[in-house]
Design a protein around this ligand. Structure first.
Ligand SMILES: Nc1ncnc2c1ncn2[C@@H]1O[C@H](COP(=O)(O)OP(=O)(O)OP(=O)(O)O)[C@@H](O)[C@H]1O
Ligand SMILES: [Mg+2]
Length: 1005
């Protein structure tokens, strides 16, 4: 094997600080805090040396180490460093086991893993599967022992690898994994694609930057002395004095590699020439090469062209030397420390910079010829079987001006990248092939496909890598070109291909989420259906209709969508295409659900789910699971909903699709079911797995979901989640709706009605859709806002501020109107509200009455009835408010009963804010048993009632307010106040308040 660089392991000098910082990374990983570090610095400054030291120490500490390198010619080879790391570690049984259950990863290895190719219509998830697979692999390995993943020379990384690094840095959170990446600073020019990635990563709190400065002269001198003593003396005996050594140190400017090379050149050469050493590292390296025999130089040149993975035999063949001659030449290069043995079978350049220098020095004709020889050797089928070879071959062909060769290799490299789940690379290779199309004699024959098909593949790959704009652009142009052909009377049109192009264009347009694009999508989808004959039945025809049905879901009336989905279903059955059939069934189920026929929806979706699983079409299976679980949840069938969502989550995890669309959604449904049914320890476990450091809307959405429990338990995580979600709020998406609705509750628990109203309003705004009006989703934030209004109105009334009270009631009336409008769902009059929405609507009504001064226990009883028994937490919250209403009506026993039920649930759930509210109510209304707080000695003289009153005095409340809050007459309140002042020896309310503060009474929640 000839590879670029493996660093020798002499003593490391002058990097104590940096090493220390990287070792804390290992500590963190061991403690279950995933972390990453980016080690940067100029070429040859010592990044690899430092990292190899960390690797060695990590191995000593029992880490599983996976280490892979990028290569200069490798930026078109998908996942090269990952493949390298896995190959290196595949001897370990733990790694082997973890790999064997993840076929997507196995494909990176030479043996190929499970070859089941993603078929044309189902492949969009390959990248997510790959990322999910790597995440799963690391998690599994980390369960047995901490893991260190090293990815070297990321400045040469391919797009997919860069994306993977970002993905891992965000997703790894509590696993015992450390990730170290290295890159060259001097290679990172302004437009370098790694630049934005580094910028994004360094914003993450868990990512550490370790920038390597040049070594100190003393460290460098120490290093050179040691090197001299170690082996170079034996290799090339010569003498060198202190002055010469200092000279080298000065010239090397802290670059260890440069220094080593200067030393080697000085020691090896004639002492008289020492001062005429060429300036600059490249020239220096070349002067060393020039001292070798002709044959050895030929070997180096061939090796430089071979680049990364090129076996011994390949280099020999390229060099054109006979076996014996070749052996001798290699030995010579090794003696001169230009090549070093690597493994049992080959050699690598001692340093990447040397390879670059030799390569840069090739004469133009020579370079072309060598690349030509390389490409003819690599086109052998046994070579091409190795993952990544086709991409390299394409480059060698281009470099040797072999256009047909480059064309064929690009097509093959595109197919391979696609199979490996590297759509960005696939797109790049297909695009390359498209560019060469005109310059090849029989392109369609060579590629094995028509130009339109190649264009389609290029576009779908772009879309799969997330670049929908590019995909849409390519497909629009393809359609135009096809239309122009048709106009010219070209009869050789491939209707099926054209239909695929139109169908894909329509689906990608749908994802652009802007009105114009959606209109275009409907238009394109309709035209595509019209252009394809129904007979003979084909899956493409069925697919085109199903997609048309999906585009119609954006219209207000579902009648057309249903019609087309039914047509699509029939066409799919006729064409015997079960995966298309499953998709159409999901659409039909979704429509039934949206129109309020949930029993029908469940029947359809259950069928769709089963069918999708049998047809092994994962994307549809997850979509079906999501809608099915949702329908159950809406009906209040939490147990079945949870089971479906749980099974969907398991499938998503197994297949690496946990962060893909619907894979992500089944997870939050699973969470929601358990949040609702009161299994909160489980719910918390699920929510803790939701990413905190989110960088996309779907992730922000998932994180927002975790706020349900983080707010209800007042977990500190709520604040961190908020900080990461907030940047996405400008998009007014559902993530904002969820997050701000919950943050409104958060504010309300803390008594901040102002903030609560702001957040609730923002959530309500998201739920408004012109021209129809509000969705049912508005009910919940409206009810939360109503609670804030009611609190204010009650307080205002207690202080005799009737004007404010009236204003609050008016505002509350408007909120109630909105809640009712949402419930009526003007956009979909056939919609029937589920129990949760009905419960919240009843709550809104009850709060409105409370705002008006009529805290009606009947109204709160109605809330309980509407939620039904399934929603454990909501029941407890309602019981709390019912208890308050009952206490206000003087029904102390009934109040105590409701209070106790609520307190029991709050304790069981660890719903701390609710428990605090209950304690507060207990103290005020003298019902139940509030958690007792130890008071200071000064307060010991007060009764518990008086302590309550003092707390309110300290909060600046008047006697009338105190009376209202404590359910007592104003006269009684004033008696309490004077008793308190007497007992405390306080001259005024202000003084009493000061004592309360000093004694810590008011800081207690
Ligand atoms: N702190 C050090 N102590 C001893 N030797 C070092 C030290 N730093 C670097 N070296 C030596 O200098 C040479 C170059 O270092 P290294 O390969 O680590 O550089 P690099 O930063 O990884 O370069 P590149 O960007 O080309 O990958 C190696 O031979 C290495 O052993
Ligand atoms: Mg290096």
């Amino acid at each position: 094997m000839l590879m670029v660089l493996r660093v020798p392991t002499g003593r490391m000098v002058g990097r104590d600080d940096e090493l220390g910082r990287l070792l804390t990374l290992l500590d963190d990983a061991e403690a279950g805090r995933s972390v990453a570090a980016l080690v940067s610095g100029d070429a040859g400054v010592g990044k690899s040396r430092l990292v190899s030291e960390v690797t060695r120490l990590a191995e000593g500490r029992g880490f599983t180490v996976l280490s892979g390198q990028c290569a200069e010619l490798g930026d078109s080879v998908p996942y090269l460093p990952l493949a390298d790391a896995l190959r290196g570690a595949a001897q370990s049984t733990g790694v082997l086991d973890a790999l064997s259950s993840r076929p997507a990863l196995g494909r990176l290895l030479p043996e190929g893993g499970d070859g089941r190719p993603a078929d044309e219509d189902r492949s969009g998830l390959a990248r997510q599967q790959m990322f999910g697979g790597v995440l799963g692999l690391l998690t599994e390995l980390a369960a047995a022992a901490p893991v260190l993943l090293v990815l070297e020379d990321l400045h040469w990384a391919d797009t997919s690898t860069r994306d993977l690094v970002t993905f891992l840095s965000r997703m790894l959170h509590r696993e015992r994994v450390a990730l170290i990446g290295t890159y060259r600073t001097d290679d990172l020019h302004r437009r370098h694609p790694l630049r934005p990635v580094v910028g994004e990563l360094l914003r993450l709190p868990s990512v550490l930057a370790v920038d390597l400065a040049p070594l100190e002269p003393s460290a460098l001198a120490e290093h050179l002395t040691a090197a001299l003593a170690e082996h170079w003396m034996t290799a090339a005996p010569g003498r060198i004095d202190a002055t010469a050594l200092n000279d080298i140190v000065a010239r090397a400017e802290g670059n260890a590699y440069y220094a080593e090379e200067l030393l080697a050149a000085s020691v090896g050469g004639d002492p008289a020439d020492r001062h005429s050493l060429p300036a600059g590292l490249a020239a220096l390296l070349l002067s060393r090469v020039e001292q070798l025999s002709d044959a050895a130089q030929r070997v180096l040149r061939a090796a430089a062209v071979a680049g990364r993975r090129a076996d011994d035999e390949l280099v020999r063949a390229t060099s054109g030397l006979a076996a014996a001659e070749y052996e001798a030449a290699v030995r010579e290069a090794v003696t001169h420390q230009l090549l070093v043995p690597d493994g049992t079978e080959g050699y690598v350049f001692r340093h990447a910079l040397l390879r670059e220098a030799v390569y840069g020095d090739l004469l133009p004709g020579e370079r072309t010829r060598l690349h030509g020889t390389m490409s003819s050797l690599l086109s052998e089928e046994h070579q091409l079987a190795m993952p990544g070879t086709a991409a390299e071959l394409a480059q060698h062909c281009l470099a040797s001006h072999d256009i047909p060769g480059a064309f064929a290799a690009s097509v093959r490299a595109g197919e391979e990248a696609k199979r490996l789940g590297a759509p960005a690379e696939a797109h790049r290779h297909y695009d390359q092939a498209l560019e060469l199309w005109e310059r090849v004699a029989e392109p369609a024959k060579t590629a094995g496909m028509a130009r339109g098909k190649l264009g389609l593949l290029s576009a779908t790959s772009a879309a799969d890598s997330g670049d929908y704009e590019r995909a849409v652009h390519l497909l629009r142009r393809l359609r135009q070109a096809l239309a122009a052909l048709a106009d010219r009377g070209d009869s050789e049109q491939d209707v099926l291909l054209n239909s695929r192009i139109g169908e894909r264009l329509a689906s990608y347009l749908m994802l652009m989420e802007d009105r114009k694009a959606i209109d275009e999508a409907v238009e394109v989808a309709r035209a595509t259906v019209d252009a394809i004959p129904a007979e003979p039945p084909t899956w493409q025809h069925a697919r085109a209709i199903s997609t048309y049905a999906n585009t119609l879901l954006t219209e207000d009336d579902f009648t057309m969508a249903r019609e087309q989905a039914e047509r699509g279903l029939a066409a799919a059955r006729a064409a015997d295409a079960p995966w298309v059939e499953a998709d159409a069934l999901v659409t039909l189920g979704y429509i039934s659900n949206r129109e309020g026929r949930n029993d029908e929806a469940i029947k359809l979706l259950t069928e769709a789910h089963k069918q999708a699983r049998e047809a092994e079409v994962l994307g549809v299976e997850l979509r079906a699971a999501f809608h099915l679980a949702q329908a159950h949840l809406e009906l209040g069938d939490l147990a079945i909903g949870a089971a479906v969502a749980h099974e969907g989550t398991k499938r998503a995890n197994q297949t690496g699709l946990n962060m893909a669309p619907y894979g992500l959604d089944v997870q939050h449904l699973h969470f929601q079911c358990h949040f609702a049914d009161g299994k909160w320890d489980h719910a918390q476990e699920i929510a803790d797995g939701f990413p905190v450091r989110v960088t996309s809307i779907p992730e922000a959405y998932l994180s927002s979901m975790a706020l349900f429990i983080d707010v209800a338990r007042d977990n500190p995580a709520a604040a961190e989640r908020r900080a990461w979600i907030e940047p996405f709020w400008s998009m007014h998406g559902f993530d904002e709706f969820i997050a701000r609705g919950l943050l409104a509750e958060h504010a309300l628990w803390r008594g901040d009605t102002e903030q609560a109203l702001t957040e609730a309003q923002a959530a309500m705004d998201v739920s408004f859709e012109a021209p129809w009006g509000y969705h049912p989703s508005v009910i919940r934030p409206a009810a939360v806002a109503l609670r804030a209004r009611a609190d204010r109105a009650v307080l205002a009334r207690a202080t005799g501020d009737d004007e404010t009270a009236a204003a609050e009631v008016a505002a509350a009336a408007e909120l109630l109107r909105i809640a009712r409008e949402g419930a009526a769902f003007p956009k979909r009059p056939k919609f029937i509200l589920g129990p949760e929405a009905r419960g919240w609507l009843a709550r809104a009504e009850a709060e409105f009455r409370r705002a008006g001064g009529d805290n009606d226990s009947e109204a709160w009883q109605a809330v309980l009835t509407e939620f039904g028994p399934a929603y454990v937490y909501e029941i407890a919250r309602s019981q709390w408010q019912l208890a308050e209403a009952l206490a206000g009506a003087g029904r102390r026993d009934d109040a105590t009963e409701q209070w106790s039920l609520a307190a029991h649930t709050a304790d069981k759930l660890q719903a701390r804010p609710l428990r605090r509210a209950l304690d507060d109510l207990a103290r005020r209304a003298r019902i139940g048993t509030a958690v007792k707080h130890a008071d200071g000695a000064v307060l010991a003289a007060l009764t518990s009632r008086e302590r309550e009153v003092l707390r309110l005095i300290a909060a600046g409340r008047s006697n009338r307010e105190i009376a209202s809050v404590l359910f007592i007459a104003p006269k009684t309140a004033s008696v309490h106040v004077s008793n308190i002042l007497g007992k405390l020896g306080a001259a005024s309310r202000t003084e009493a308040a000061a004592i309360a503060h000093r004694e810590g009474l008011v800081s207690q929640p």
